[in-house]
Structures are given as structure tokens and as C-alpha cells.
Ligand binder design. Structure first.
Ligand code: 5GP
Ligand code: MN
Length: 325
């Protein structure tokens, strides 16, 4: 366990950043920590760097001061990397990581290779926001910090549903609720509420999905031309793969988003029998046992074939083990 006071000792400038295409946990952990540091350590100058934040998360305080570009020549005493499994996933803020005097990584991705100077990586934790909470003095957490961390935990646990939700997760969520946050509103506005476009593109993905591998996998592809037709942004696709996984009987959901011809962002979700982080890592990506992602080149058929071959291996191995027991 690290102590935040020790890491911050003698530091005058701190940058906080997370992964590309920031999700709820990334935004929640970065802003929760940023808001806490600016209030509790007024002598330290803190900046937070993230790619454009999805509209739904903008109810969290501080989203308006997030920097989306790095100023030339800026060098920080400390760079804090949150919810980011490898340094490449920092995206545009990676040069700040490289140039900082010291780096700290707080993360819960099983694929994290401990790439910073100081690493606080707990793969069993529900979310990076939960880990950030454990680094803070609970009594000093104000309502804005609580809102940010609550949003992060709630997102990565699928509203406290996924198996990563531990009793400690619920205890932390309870503590955050005691700070006076409007938890129902945060859940509704940042998790469930969808724009018309988001619902339309979800509908398209569900309509065109296919069951494969004897109905043990479901796969769907959204092409660039559909994105253009619906005038959808990449952030509008969040949640589609989770919906696919909810299909009765399937073990794994595979969702492909065409970034450019012959290049796909792949999202994988498992119900537990298949470790999708291993599959994502095999192709250069990463994530968790039940949720992982990777960017892959080739036709959609090639991408799907390559992934399903590895899923089949794991499913067959599992079946053989069941027979032996
Ligand atoms: P999603 O499918 O929602 O993009 O990502 C699922 C999980 O896998 C998230 O925890 C995310 O951080 C991780 N992930 C997604 N894409 C990549 C990738 O290209 N590389 C790595 N290392 N992790 C990824
Ligand atoms: Mn996370």
C-alpha cells in the first residue's frame, strides 16, 4: 500500500491522466483525484489531461478544466496515470509521462505490466476509482470528489452488478453516498440515459448481430458508413457490447467498430468461462477477465476468425477440464 503524502512529498507540479477514449471509471478516478489534490494540497499545481469527455459525464465537477492538449515544454515533478493498463494507452499525454521526474500508476487491469516508477495495481479491485478512494483520507473527501468516484465505481461495476463488486466496494459506495451526493441522478444521467442517436446505433448493432460457435458467442459489427448515416461518434457506442453479452446462452460477446478500412476497435465481454484479457493481450490489447479490448487490422472476417479461434481453445479446454472432474 502506498501513502499519497509520501509520493507527493517535495512535488510542486503534478499531472493526472488516464486512458484514451475515457470511460466512466477513467473520468471519475482522474477528476476525483484532481479535485481532492487541488483542495487538500493547495501548494501543489495540478493539471488533468484527458481526451474529449463524453457529454454524459460533464455533470462531474472539473470536466471543464481538463486539458486535451499538452503545452509545449511542460515537465511535471509527478505524473499520475490512472485506469491505464499500458503507457501507449495514455495517448496524447504519453510524452508527459516520459518526461516527468517520477511516475505513479494506479490501476486494476490484470494486463498492467507495472510500467511506472511506483505502481499500485490491484486486479481484484472493482475500479480505479475504488483504488483512488483507498488512497484518500475519507474525512477530507468533499461532495464533488464523492460524485466523481461514485460515478467511476458505479460504471465499472455495471451499477454494482458485475462480479468485481465486493463488500468493500459497497462499503465505499455507502461512504460516498454519506457525502450528500445524488446517487440516483448520477446513475440515471451518466449510465442509463442514452441519446436518440445512441439508441439508434444500439438498435442497429443488435439487429445485425449474429450468434456463432454453436450460439456460444455473439458478434456484431458497426461500420464507418453506419456511423456516418446515424451521425454517431465513437463514444456513442459505449454499452453496446454489454447489451450483446446479456443475450441468454452466450459466453462471449464480440463487438467490432470499424475505425478505418481494415482496422477495427474490438470490444470483448465474457460471462466468466472465457478470460478475454488473455485474448486481447495476444493481439496487443488488454483489459480484465470479463471485459477487454484491442485494435486489430484486417477484414472483419479475419478479425472475428482470429478471435473466435482463441475463444474456442479456451471453451474446449474448459470442457475437457469439466469432463476430468
Ligand atoms: P472497452 O471494450 O470498453 O473499450 O474496454 C474494455 C476494457 O479493456 C477496459 O478496461 C479497457 O481499458 C481495456 N481495453 C480496451 N481496449 C484496449 C487496448 O487497446 N489496450 C489495452 N491494454 N486495454 C484495452
Ligand atoms: Mn476501470
Amino acid at each position: 500500500m502506498i501513502r499519497l503524502e509520501d509520493v507527493l512529498k517535495d512535488k510542486r507540479t503534478v499531472a493526472v491522466s488516464g486512458h484514451v477514449r475515457p470511460d466512466g471509471d477513467c473520468v471519475g478516478s482522474c477528476l476525483g483525484l484532481y479535485l481532492y489534490l487541488t483542495e487538500q494540497f493547495p501548494d501543489i499545481h495540478v493539471d488533468v489531461y484527458l481526451e474529449e469527455i463524453p457529454e454524459a459525464y460533464r455533470m462531474i465537477q472539473g470536466t471543464d478544466v481538463v486539458k486535451t492538449q499538452i503545452p509545449e515544454g511542460e515537465v511535471y515533478d509527478l505524473f499520475i496515470c490512472l485506469d491505464c493498463g499500458d503507457r501507449k494507452r495514455l495517448g496524447f499525454s504519453e510524452p508527459l509521462f516520459e518526461s516527468a521526474s517520477e511516475t505513479l500508476c494506479v490501476d486494476h487491469h490484470i494486463s498492467n505490466g507495472a510500467f511506472a516508477d511506483i505502481n499500485y495495481i490491484i486486479p481484484d479491485a472493482s475500479s480505479t476509482s475504488e483504488l483512488v478512494y483507498t488512497l484518500l483520507d475519507g474525512e477530507k473527501i468533499n461532495k464533488s470528489v464523492a460524485e466523481a468516484l461514485y460515478m467511476g465505481i458505479m460504471h465499472d461495476t455495471g451499477v454494482f452488478q458485475y462480479s468485481c463488486t465486493s463488500p468493500e466496494t459497497m462499503e465505499i459506495a455507502a461512504e460516498l453516498m454519506r457525502k450528500g451526493i445524488n446517487s440516483s441522478e448520477i446513475i440515471e444521467k451518466t449510465y442509463y440515459e442514452k441519446t436518440y442517436v445512441q439508441n439508434q446505433i444500439l438498435g442497429r448493432a443488435l439487429l445485425e448481430s449474429m450468434l456463432i460457435m454453436e450460439k456460444r458467442c455473439i458478434v456484431s459489427v458497426i461500420r464507418k458508413r453506419s456511423m456516418e448515416f446515424f451521425q454517431a461518434q465513437p463514444t456513442d457506442l459505449e454499452g453496446i457490447v454489454s447489451q450483446l453479452r446479456q443475450t441468454k446462452g452466450v459466453e462471449v460477446a464480440i463487438f467490432l467498430h470499424e475505425l478505418e478500412p481494415q482496422k477495427y476497435k474490438v470490444s470483448l465481454r465474457s460471462k466468466g468461462a472465457v478470460d478475454v484479457s488473455v485474448i486481447a493481450q495476444h493481439f496487443g490489447g488488454g483489459g480484465h477477465v470479463r471485459a477487454a479490448g484491442v485494435t486489430m487490422k484486417g477484414s472483419s472476417h479475419d478479425v472475428i476468425n482470429n478471435i473466435t479461434a482463441l475463444i474456442a481453445l479456451q471453451l474446449d479446454q474448459g470442457e475437457r477440464q469439466d469432463e476430468m472432474e
